[in-house]
Design a binder for this molecule. Structure first.
Ligand SMILES: [Zn+2]
Length: 174
């Protein structure tokens, strides 16, 4: 199937009125925050996004992101491949709906000054959330030993602020 290029920003209300639907790819190279936490230089992220108006009249942006990305195992420091898949459902607020009366099944969608949504940002946030806070191999596959050869390296890894932790905190507060 021909994959379409996912638009960078668009107006979710207008997209919902015409029931816009995109099945396409976003390149890892376009997602700088995600690039900082994975080992991959390049990767294709499969994105499925549908715009709709639900039975309550709310604009809904929902879909799924799928990617295979490589991170560092926090136990053995070796590479760890992750098959990530995350469903999402957002609804923009400030369009007759306030975030307090948004049904729980929807996350709050932030719009920019033009009333548009940045789809790259949604894809990036969802993948950052899909990566475990402390990614590790399954016990059987992990090459961790009780006497790590490169103790210094593990220390350096630990002292970095954890971007997943920060994002999860943000998401919880909103
Ligand atoms: Zn491991």
């Amino acid at each position: 199937m021909q994959k379409v290029k996912i638009p960078i920003t668009l107006d979710p209300c207008r997209a919902a009125q015409r029931r816009a639907s995109y099945d396409g790819v976003v390149m890892l190279e376009e997602l700088s925050r995600l690039q900082q936490v994975v080992r991959d230089q390049s990767s294709e992220i499969a994105v499925d996004i549908h715009f709709n108006i639900d039975e309550q009249g709310l604009v809904v942006v929902q879909g799924k992101v799928r990617a295979h990305l490589t991170v560092v195992c926090q136990r053995c420091n070796d590479e760890l491949g992750l098959d990530l898949e995350q469903d999402f459902a957002y609804s923009p607020v400030g369009l007759g709906a306030e975030s307090d009366d948004l049904p729980e099944r929807y996350d709050v969608l932030e719009l920019d000054e033009e009333g548009e949504v940045n789809l790259r940002q949604i894809v990036e946030d969802e993948l950052l959330l899909a990566i475990p806070i402390v990614p590790t191999h399954d016990e059987a596959q992990c090459s961790y030993s009780d006497e790590p050869k490169s103790f210094g390296e593990i220390e350096a890894e630990d002292s970095k602020p954890n971007p997943f932790e920060i994002l999860k905190q943000l998401k919880k507060d909103s």
